[in-house]
Design a protein around this ligand. Structure first.
Ligand code: BDP
Length: 715
């Protein structure tokens, strides 16, 4: 074979190989593969013959480049960026206009408008808005929507839309299941991994405009000059994408790295230390976003160590930021000595409200209090935190967890949009200043419309890691995507978001999109059924993975399993009514009324609020025990159904992704049965009831399952 023929053959083999293994997930939803339908492609091309950028800024340049990159892939040709459209039509104009009075349909700075007449015009008051508009336009093409008669206006409902990374200096992640940290602290600032830019693009495509790069259990090192330089190098990469950097801070930093004797927030030297630190940061990162703080929580120090309260601590930091455009996000994830003998009615559920409610109105105007979606800790299902609606004078941000700490880590396929939506759409029954129409939902607290908060924020604990595909489980990319889309617009439905994501990431084949969307929409309920049905929870200490409802030893009562489920010979569940901890009193009377009565309490929340007898008949017609068995069994069986459904999508899915998910589902099925068996065999000791027909009793014994969990814990 001559050299020419041989190289031709090699090229062919190469092409075949890459087309068979083309998708390693790295490109996320920004694939921009060539649109296969020629007619469609040509129609798009007629409306996208050139790009004009009117205005000049770093972010605007990004917008034009992103548009050009996207179109290059989708249309298969380079669309020129030209100085002015003149009389030409059939192009895309990016217009950023700060003049008041123009774009007056745009209610806030980052909103955008897309109209198509003779040209497609993407306009906004700010360059960031244009960038978001560009990604929205590309999304139209990626999901094969028409672009010739566009009239779109979209505004983010929440101002600060952040990812929170729980990443450490040594490259580990507090709760990461997709490899180590994305940030290579040892190499920064001199070496800047190109991947940081890909990360920024992905976030900007969703409208995420901020990122906290380090763990809330923060190392003081992040505030040293050495680390500020590293963080500044990341900020330089994120800036062109409209993303600001924030840092989690270690409250006693003035002592630990500043050499002061105290970190008392009322001490003048401490205050000066923070003011100087802020100045040092803003000198190198002029658009620094601010501080996130976990204080007096789970052993982290804080203002209470000096007899001060959360507001004293937060306000000190806010004052340090006063000269700058930065904010303090002070977390309300606190729980102290719940359930100790001297506080028999104490309940971890009530802790955040007890510590924060009375501070309403006492925070500096630059402070946002960041509240987890539920009162405990990112459980597969929790009622909304009673703080929402109860701090009318304090901007509250909502913190969701994208990383699957309690949702089966990287082996379980759980699409989280329904979880986020369930909380955002919950009615607090609070009446507010603006009294917006409809229910006073958690979303309306968070987006500021209920109480008229000026600062509004939402945070998602990131699920990204150094794995090539970013999230370990390829399906978990959808959770990053869904968080970002909902942060922009919480009225989007879980289904719309799922469809978009599948179309852009996996396939456009109609039946397959349907099948996968359906799987996604059902996945969270399936998980809840085999993991924590009817309002069970598993926030005990450890990795938050293995099932151990028997766990009863820990340094604190609220770090045991038995604290939460309270199984005994009578029944199961935590009584939070007046006969128990009365946590329900923290909600509005309308909520209390519904949830305090076991007959009207929705079944998904039942055991959150009631200790229910095993033989009690539920609204399903089954006894509590039989209902539990039904849910655990159907939940685990449903993973079998997921496997079957997934098998059908093979022809329309990239082989690498198909194989990856197939493998994970197999593991998920085994683990679902493990959880089911662990819970039911353990609870059966108390219920003394048989596993009802048609379910077959577990093949293992309680001792077997306990042993397997012990082995799981071996290092
Ligand atoms: C819990 C995690 C723990 C975090 C904590 C937090 O188990 O690792 O530090 O939340 O949010 O869910 O601070």
């Amino acid at each position: 074979m001559n050299a020419g023929k041989r190289s031709g053959l090699l090229a062919l083999i190469y092409l075949l190989t890459i087309s068979a293994y083309a998708d390693d997930g790295y490109r996320l939803w920004l694939k921009y593969d060539l649109i296969k339908d020629v007619a469609k492609r040509e129609a798009y091309a007629r409306s996208a013959q050139f790009i004009v950028v009117s205005g000049n800024s770093l972010v605007l340049k990004t917008a034009a480049d992103e548009l050009q990159t996207g179109l290059q892939g989708l249309l298969g040709k380079t669309i020129p960026i030209i100085a002015s459209a003149g009389n030409r039509t059939g192009g895309i104009v990016l217009a950023f206009n700060k003049t008041p009075g123009t774009n007056n349909q745009l209610v806030n700075d980052e909103g955008y408008q897309i109209t198509s007449k003779s040209n497609i015009i993407v306009s906004s008051k700010t360059d960031a808005g244009v960038l978001y508009g560009v990604f929205a336009l590309l999304r139209q093409l990626q999901t094969t929507q028409p672009i010739d008669r566009l009239s779109l206006t979209s505004n983010p409902k929440i101002r600060y839309r952040l990812l929170n990374h729980w990443d450490n200096t040594n490259g580990t992640i507090e709760r990461g299941y997709a490899g180590g940290s994305l940030w290579k602290w040892f190499e920064l600032p001199a070496t800047v991994d190109p991947r940081y830019r890909v990360y920024a693009r992905a976030n900007a495509s969703l409208g995420i405009n901020g990122t906290v790069v380090n763990n809330v259990n923060a190392s003081a090192r992040f505030l040293t000059g050495e680390y500020i330089e590293k963080v500044a190098a990341l900020a330089n990469v994120f800036r062109p994408y409209g993303i600001r950097i924030y840092l989690s801070v270690y409250f006693p930093a003035p002592k630990v790295i500043g050499g002061l004797k105290t970190a008392d927030p009322l001490d003048p030297e401490v205050r000066k230390w923070w003011a100087d630190k802020a100045k040092e940061i803003y000198t190198v990162i002029p658009d620094f976003g601010g501080f996130l703080v976990k204080a007096n929580s789970e052993g982290e120090p804080g203002p209470q160590d000096y007899g001060r309260n959360h507001a004293d601590g937060a306000n000190m930091l806010a004052e340090a930021l006063a000269p700058y455009d930065g904010v303090v996000m002070w977390r309300a994830f606190v729980y102290k000595a719940a359930g100790t003998p001297d506080r028999p009615k104490a309940d971890r559920f009530k802790a955040a409200y007890e510590e924060f409610k009375h501070l309403d109105g006492k925070f500096n105007k630059k402070v946002i209090v960041q509240v987890k979606n539920g009162p405990i800790d990112f459980q597969p299902r929790e009622p909304f935190s009673p703080l929402f609606g109860n701090m009318p004078q304090t901007p509250l941000s909502i913190e969701f967890q994208i990383t699957q700490e309690y949702l089966g880590h990287a082996t379980h396929w759980v699409y989280e949009a329904p979880l986020f939506k369930e909380c955002l759409d919950s009615d607090t029954y609070v009446t507010g200043k603006g009294s917006p129409s409809g229910a006073a939902t958690v979303a309306k607290v968070v987006d500021g419309s209920l109480h008229g908060y000026g600062l509004t924020a939402i945070a998602g604990v990131a699920n990204t890691g150094a794995n090539r595909n970013w999230t370990g489980n390829p399906m978990a990319q959808a959770n990053w995507y869904a968080f970002g889309r909902l942060a922009w617009d919480h009225t989007l439905t879980s289904e719309t978001i799922a469809r978009e994501w599948v179309n852009m990431t996996l396939t456009k084949e109609i039946q397959t999109v349907k099948t996968i969307t359906d799987l996604m929409l059902k996945s969270r309920e399936i998980f809840v059924n085999y993991n924590t049905p009817l309002g069970l929870s598993t926030p005990w200490t450890g990795e938050h993975f293995a099932p151990e409802p028997w766990q009863n030893q820990s340094s604190r009562p609220d770090w045991t399993a038995i604290y939460y489920h309270r199984a005994d010979s009578v029944g199961l569940g935590f009584d939070r009514t007046t006969t128990g901890s009365n946590a329900l009193e923290q909600y509005r009377p309308e909520v209390q009324q519904r949830w305090s009565n076991p007959e009207t309490c929705p079944l998904p929340y039942l055991l959150w609020f009631h200790h229910v007898p095993w033989t009690k008949k539920l609204s399903t017609g089954r006894t509590l025990w039989n209902e539990l068995c039904t849910r655990f069994y159907t939940g685990a069986d449903s993973v079998g159904w997921m496997q079957q459904q997934w098998a059908q999508v093979k022809p329309a899915i990239d082989p690498e992704i198909f194989a990856d998910v197939t493998g994970r589902l197999e593991t998920q099925h085994k683990e679902a049965i493990w959880w089911r068996d662990a819970w039911l065999l353990y609870l059966q000791q108390y219920s003394r009831q048989p596993i009802p027909a048609p379910f077959k009793k577990p093949e293992r014994t309680l001792d077997d399952v306990k042993r397997s969990v012990d082995i799981y814990h071996l290092r």
